[in-house]
Ligand binder design. Structure first.
Ligand code: FES
Length: 164
């Protein structure tokens, strides 16, 4: 009988250890996974962004748009704002210039001014043409362009955003 009792004790110890281990794993693994998961995630580096209906864009008149991108890098989430102007050149929906509204000098946002027929930068008085060329001021180059764009079946103009 003493042997039997010892065996029963061992059995209870082993069973308790296994059940305890299973409960610990059931609680601990999801918690560890939850904590580590963001470290293996990254996202938001590129995407197609809708900027507006092509039908709403008047030919020859800059159509302003803006959007926000959220970058996820591990536990860090960064939100950045972007903007630009879509300028239709003709009835052809592909005949369009899409400019980034970020000034190429120090990054202020340019605005279209009808009376000047130009994009003006409020920071250091730069002036850009409707095509984005530098007309005046310190910017070293023309406004950047969103070169990749497409038109959806619903007539929505989308630009391809890629983190630079
Ligand atoms: S930031 Fe636009 S002119 Fe300086």
């Amino acid at each position: 009988m003493p042997d039997n009792e010892l065996n029963r004790r061992d059995f209870i110890k082993v069973t308790t250890g296994i059940v305890g281990g299973l409960i610990g794993a059931a609680i601990g693994l999801p918690a560890i996974s939850y904590l580590l998961d963001p470290a293996f995630k990254s996202g938001g580096k590129e995407a197609w962004i809708p900027v507006g209906k092509i039908a709403d864009m008047e030919i020859g008149r800059p159509y302003p748009f803006s959007f926000t991108r959220v970058q996820v890098n591990g536990w860090e989430r960064t939100s950045t704002s972007h903007g630009g102007f879509a300028i239709r050149k003709s009835e052809d929906p592909k005949d369009i210039v899409i400019l980034n509204s970020r000034c190429t000098h120090l990054g202020c946002t340019v605005n279209w001014k009808d009376d000047a027929q130009a994009f003006l930068c409020p920071c250091h008085d730069a002036k850009f043409s409707e095509e984005g060329m530098v007309l005046d001021g310190p910017p070293p180059r023309p406004l950047d362009r969103y070169a990749d764009f497409r038109l959806t079946d619903d007539g929505i103009l989308e630009i391809f955003y890629k983190e630079s």
